[in-house]
Write a protein that binds this ligand. Sequence first.
Ligand SMILES: [Zn+2]
Length: 83
Amino acid sequence: MLLGLCEAVMLIIIGVSERKKGLGQELRPCSHCGRETFHTLEQRQPWFSFFFIPIFPVESPSVMARCNLCGRERRVLDPPLTT
Ligand SMILES: [Zn+2]
């Protein structure tokens, strides 16, 4: 059966997307490989999105550090001050 002219299909796309912001490099000890290596610091914050457009943040931002040697990531509890 065909749809009438008054009937329409409405598609709503909602979800959560993550915004990322690079904070630079920092020398830190790695808990996985056991060496003091440079880590890439990144600030991440999930946002509610409507049709793939971020509308408002869902959580407060967190800072993650990724070891440049082994790739292990962990949350930073003492993030560096950003300007
Ligand atoms: Zn490592």
